[in-house]
Write a protein that binds this ligand. Structure first.
Ligand code: FE2
Length: 297
């Protein structure tokens, strides 16, 4: 085709996208062309800005390695990851979900533990945390026999795979829910942490005067045949950054109360004071039990 003007160009591009044979891909590509062209028009993108934007996308790719994904970090920092999560797991009838972001640190083959076990595998200074949790369906019926992967950062805000002081699989464990849908464990209280901010995402945050931190949280991945795999994070209501997560991950349903105790622990005298408890209920939807691709090995 010979392009006559900018309006004509957009129509031609959309017509080209409409040739996509797969119907879902066609729907996505047509909408992408329409919105992308509208976006360029709205901001009247200059030639310099266009070159800078393409260079930026190249840099995001170059900054992505086996152990770091700058693209996923950018998607989170723009709120797109959370938007996809909310659109796919909430409805008008069920406006809340305990589904949340997977994050970059889930590992497969987490060691199987017994309920009540500690997931502290190497000396990890910090306040003891006792977690009691339930897994239920939308009707409040307990889900027994669900496999629950738990992982979280240390009290210094580091995951074991980014901290030479921790042994492999420290602060990670897999539990199975009992007949009442419960699981429980001991750990140390996690801390919030900064996302990597030396790349393109860091530049974005600095340009906006945004801090790079996530509030403290515990991750969970819960699987049981017949239920959509639940990927969750339970955030500390007392974290000073609970309302300003750089990844926009905090919704009301995933705020947990990490309760501080000053008295001696009734059954674990080695816990010392203070120690914390977290009691939380995860809610699963029926659906396909499918594991995500592990972001790291
Ligand atoms: Fe995390």
């Amino acid at each position: 085709m010979i392009v006559k003007n900018d309006k004509d160009l957009t129509a031609e591009v959309i017509a080209a996208m409409e040739k996509t044979s797969d119907p879902r891909l066609r729907e996505i590509m047509v909408a992408l062309a329409r919105h992308l062209h509208a976006f360029v028009r709205e901001v009247r993108l200059t030639e310099d800005e266009f070159r800078a934007a393409t260079a930026l996308l190249v840099r995001i790719g170059q900054q992505t390695t086996d152990s770091h994904n700058e693209m996923v970090l950018m998607a989170g920092s723009l709120g797109v990851s959370q938007l996809v999560c909310l659109l796919n797991n909430t409805s008008e009838a069920a406006p809340e979900t305990t589904q949340n972001l997977l994050g970059p640190f889930w590992r497969m083959h987490t060691p199987r533990m017994q309920n009540g076990d500690s997931i502290v595998r190497s000396p990890t200074p910090g306040d003891a945390l006792f977690v009691t949790a339930r897994v239920e369906d939308r009707q409040g019926k307990p889900i027994a026999g669900a496999e629950v992967d738990i992982w979280h950062s240390s009290p210094e805000g580091l995951y074991e795979n980014e901290d030479p002081k921790q042994v492999s699989m420290n602060l990670r464990g897999q539990f199975v829910t009992d007949a009442a849908g419960r699981f429980w464990l001991r750990s140390v209280k996690p801390a919030g942490y900064s996302v990597p901010n030396k790349g393109v995402v860091g530049d974005l945050l600095r340009a906006q005067g945004r801090h790079p931190f996530r509030p403290a949280h515990m991750h969970a991945l819960i699987a049981k045949p017949g239920y959509k795999t639940l990927v969750s994070q339970v955030y500390d209501s007392g974290d000073p950054r609970i309302e300003s997560d750089v990844q926009f991950g905090v919704t009301k349903a995933v705020i947990g109360r990490y309760t501080r105790h000053e008295e001696p622990h009734p059954t674990a005298p080695d816990a010392g004071a203070p120690w914390y408890t977290l009691d939380y209920t995860f809610v699963m939807d029926s659906g396909e039990s499918r594991l995500p691709r592990p972001p790291i090995k």
